[in-house]
Design a protein around this ligand. Structure first.
Ligand SMILES: [Zn+2]
Ligand SMILES: [Zn+2]
Length: 131
């Protein structure tokens, strides 16, 4: 299955020739800022199944203290993917085009969600990280 994604200004495009794995939403305060949202919506990809199709030169990276970082479009600001030690680790679900045929499997760090957020029921919720 080919999944494509792109940033808001459409300059950066990518393709995943495979499947998305372990879609999750993290509600911790760090993810709220990193994703400029109530939570992250993120799925893992295998690095060998991921490739940039265009606009790679516009990518900017922010790498945190543990080697994990995010890459975003320097023109429009969309966060496109997570990287670990320089390799693509996963993608933000918000930039995926169409239906990637995956659903969120869990909500994590629900214990530190923003007070203004109500999380829909039906998906397992965990107060912290991995159960
Ligand atoms: Zn862009
Ligand atoms: Zn988080």
């Amino acid at each position: 299955m080919k999944i494509t994604g792109e940033c808001f200004c459409s300059e950066i495009k990518y393709e995943v020739d495979g499947t998305l794995r372990d879609a999750r939403s993290c509600h911790c305060s760090r993810c709220r800022k990193a994703f400029s949202s109530q939570a992250s919506a993120y799925a893992l990809v295998l690095p060998q199944e991921f490739k940039w199709l265009s606009g790679e030169s516009l990518l900017t990276s922010y790498v945190g203290s543990h080697g994990f970082g995010l890459q975003f479009c320097s023109q429009c600001g969309s966060t496109l993917c997570g990287i670990y030690n320089g390799t693509v680790h996963g993608i933000t679900l918000g930039c995926v085009n169409g239906d990637p045929e995956i659903e969120l499997g869990r909500h994590i760090f629900v214990g530190s969600k923003a007070r203004w957020e109500s999380i829909a029921e039906g998906v397992p919720q965990y107060q912290e990280g991995e159960p």
